[in-house]
Design a protein around this ligand. Structure first.
Ligand SMILES: *Cc1c(COP(=O)(O)O)cnc(C)c1O
Length: 423
């Protein structure tokens, strides 16, 4: 995280001392760097300048309207997986003509909303879904631009919960099934077949699986074109990993080279990229305040005011997030193993396990690193904890881009003591 550094013993994000943010908005709080976020988007744009492409930011990674409006300002699009994400993308000013819609379980209502919004491309994931979209398109007299999501059966070498391109995963359809479905779709006047889609998983740190997938997709483009399908778009999904701990993910240039190489000789093709984590993952930190210290048996615990409801990745995936005290530890201070845990009533509620940390007193502040992707977007109200605010830092300034929830937010839509009236 280049935008994060100690200066005069204090942790800064861009030119904002994070202690100031914590003082102004309280903790826990997510703080994003606008420079980091935009830098990643433009870095990708540059890496792919040799080939026609469209970047469709993956909304589910971090879906705040302000972040999405930055994507819109860049003239980029969105990769969505629900009607709610379509709503967000449009509200943020992203053109529907730059929206691609993935996901195995789109409902009739969601398909209809997307059709009426005239999104760019439906990435269909099953024959049943194709049937339903055909029905809705006919009823509304709107032609749907489609692609099929191919499951190439390539091992992405990542956490099993975020591997999506293996044949045992629920995503996409096999190459052979896809070829059959393209044949079916071609006969339907309510479909315009324009592309092929794929997304093999998240947090990939090797190029091999991307390259193998692209070989398969390049062959499919040739084969389908040979059968008379006007394939003009190749949606290669997201998945590029970032550095949380010791990982050494490929750089953007290497990534671009690896995915474009198998396409040499394939003409008139526009790539669609769906990056999420690689754009926003290392663009934000989660601030938390130390509540208590305790030792149970021989285990040292630092109890903080952020928990698994705020950042579930450690609990869900055993994910690693770096921890940095907001006050730089002085040289020579002993670092002892400690687990950083939250207030939630689950033993699985931890942010970091057995890390070498300096003494941290109640009231001290820490930053949880790499919290931008699948951080706030996966936050919940579990244990009736209001969700943390989101803040955007830019230069020496910062602004709240989503307010901290209050207790009223927790019970909105509930009806205390009105059982008879509501039944
Ligand atoms: C989640 C998802 C992405 C983004 O993945 P990252 O690993 O965050 O880049 C892209 N496309 C689809 C279809 C997804 O489900």
């Amino acid at each position: 995280m280049d935008f994060l550094r100690y200066q005069d013993n204090e942790l800064f994000l861009e030119d904002v001392p994070l202690t100031t943010v914590a003082g102004a908005v309280g903790t826990p709080a997510y703080v994003y760097s606008m420079g980091a976020f935009i830098g990643c988007l433009t870095g990708l744009e540059q890496a792919f300048q040799g080939i026609r492409h469209l970047i469709c930011y993956s909304v589910k990674a971090a879906s705040n309207l302000t972040l999405l409006s930055l994507v819109a300002e860049k003239g980029m699009g969105a990769d969505i997986v629900s009607g709610g994400e379509l709503f967000r993308a449009l509200k943020a000013g992203i053109s529907p003509r730059r929206v691609v819609y993935s996901g195995v379980g789109k409902t009739r209502a969601e398909l209809l909303e997307a059709l009426e919004a005239e999104i760019f491309m439906f990435n269909l994931e099953s024959e049943d879904e194709m049937g339903l979209l055909a029905e809705v398109a006919r009823e509304r007299d709107i032609v749907a631009q489609i692609a099929f999501r191919v499951n190439p059966d390539v091992d992405p070498h990542t956490h099993p919960y975020v591997a999506t391109g293996l044949k045992e995963n629920k995503f996409g359809v096999s190459r052979d099934e896809a070829l059959r479905l393209y044949g079916e779709a071609k006969k339907n006047p309510w479909f315009k077949v324009i592309g092929i889609d794929c997304h093999i998983g998240s947090q990939l740190t090797e190029l091999g699986p991307f390259a193998d997938t692209m070989e398969i997709l390049a062959d499919m483009v040739r084969e389908l074109r040979g059968q008379g399908h006007a394939i003009r778009y190749l949606d290669i999904g997201g998945g590029l990993g970032i550095r949380y701990d010791g990982e050494e993910p490929p750089g953007l240039q290497e990534y671009a080279q690896a995915v474009t190489k198998p396409l040499a000789g394939v003409k008139d093709l526009t790539l669609i990229l769906e990056p999420g984590r690689a754009v926003v993952g290392n663009s934000a930190v989660l601030l938390a305040r130390v509540l208590y210290n305790k030792v149970n048996g021989d285990k040292r615990f630092v109890i903080v005011d952020a928990g698994m409801n705020d950042l579930i990745r450690p609990s869900l995936y055993g994910a690693y997030h770096g921890i940095m005290p907001l006050e730089e530890p002085k040289g020579g201070i002993p670092l002892d193993p400690a687990s950083v845990v939250g207030p939630v009533c689950e033993s699985g509620d931890f942010l970091a396990k057995d890390r070498r940390l300096p003494p941290l007193a109640p009231g001290d502040l820490i930053a949880v690193l790499g919290a931008g992707a699948y951080g706030f977007s996966m936050a919940s109200n579990y244990n009736s904890r209001p969700r943390a605010p989101e803040v955007l830092a830019y230069g020496a300034a910062f602004q709240v881009i989503r307010e901290r929830e209050g207790y009223d937010d927790l019970v909105r839509g509930e009806y205390p003591g009105q059982l008879n009236k509501t039944l």
